[in-house]
Design a protein around this ligand. Structure first.
Ligand code: ACO
Length: 289
């Protein structure tokens, strides 16, 4: 599988590294944070070190004053080949259950709640292999775009475990029951086009268009009000498991919370620019920030 060249391009002047980690690279370029799982020789499989580092990286991106969108991708041929079968599984077999839990908890933390509640919109850019545990962060990114020839697989069944780490929920939240069941119990691989067809990703594009398409979406997201996007994405994600009454209460609370959290008072600006200035049409674009 060809590389996207994620690590190869020359750094433009606005490029700024967010720190130094052994398994992840993170930088901000023109208000877009690029988080790259960086163990290409191991197909970016996720070790306890990578999981610990991802918690730090997510904090660094969330705290960055410039970043307005985050893209998660992988270096080289893979998005991620799932959990590190050696370091995450075999090497922790001898630990006590509590020791193992401590060693493994950063995984569930960053891939789950930390991504779901991330303050910025997140886009998974699936550039290659995406197996097993990698479906968890994939499902918890807000949007996902894959290369047509990326390879997906719920390979747990192939080596003797039930999918863990909330992978089944990530799958069940995106695919239909039939597709989720088929790929979970067969472990059959599928490509980016199929991933788009079954709803696991928003779309797939030819490999040489992947970065450009993700940039297009990221640029669009930059024009939106971050506090309102955050309230919106949390609402859309969390109401799915609720009944009507709970959802109505939750939506009302999120609605009020987002207005309170919105330091730029987008609602007033939007109303003024449309109703008084007649300088924009909300059906077609975001208000001028
Ligand atoms: N865990 C540990 N090491 C891995 C993993 C993994 N998930 N994936 C790849 N590697 C390592 C290989 O052991 C190999 O290491 P080595 O060079 O030290 O021998 C290196 O990465 C390259 O792997 P290859 O298999 O040689 O690469 P290839 O490009 O031929 O194949 C593929 C890539 C298809 C991704 C293959 O490596 C593979 O099947 N990986 C496992 C995928 C998987 O099932 N993941 C677990 C899902 S279940 C879960 O996450 C809970």
């Amino acid at each position: 599988m060809a590389s996207t060249g994620e690590t190869a391009s020359a750094a433009p002047s606005t490029h700024r590294e967010l720190g130094t980690w052994s398994t992840v690279k993170a930088s901000v370029e023109n208000e877009i944070a690029w988080v790259v799982l960086n163990r290409p020789e191991k197909r970016n499989c996720m070790s306890p070190t990578l999981n610990d580092e991802m918690l730090e990286v997510l904090d660094a991106v969330a705290l960055d004053r410039e970043a307005r969108v985050m893209v998660l991708t992988g270096a080289g041929e893979a998005f991620s080949a799932g959990m590190d079968l050696k370091e995450f599984f075999r090497d922790t077999d001898a630990l006590s259950p509590v020791e193992r839990e401590i060693k493994q908890r950063s995984c569930f933390e960053w891939q789950g709640p930390r991504l779901r509640q991330f303050p910025l919109p997140t886009i998974a850019m699936v550039n290659g292999y995406c197996f097993g545990g990698a479906f968890h962060p994939l499902g918890n990114c807000d949007l996902a775009v894959a290369a047509d020839d990326a390879m997906f697989g719920l390979s747990e069944v192939n080596w003797g475990i039930v999918p863990g780490g909330n992978v089944p929920l990530a799958v069940a939240h995106t695919m239909s029951l039939r597709d989720a069941m088929y790929y979970s119990i067969t472990g059959e691989t599928f490509d980016g086009r199929k991933a788009a067809e079954v709803g696991l990703v928003n779309e797939s594009v030819p490999r040489d268009r992947l970065r450009a398409r993700v940039l297009e979406i990221a640029e669009m997201m930059k024009t939106k009000n971050t506090a309102i996007v955050r309230g919106t994405k949390e609402t859309v994600r969390h109401i799915r498991g609720m009944g009507w009454t709970e959802a109505e209460n939750y939506i009302n609370a999120k609605f009020a919370e987002a207005l309170y959290a919105d330091a730029e008072d987008g609602r007033a600006q939007g109303l003024k620019q449309f109703l008084d200035d007649k300088s924009f049409r909300p059906g077609l674009e975001a208000y001028k920030r």
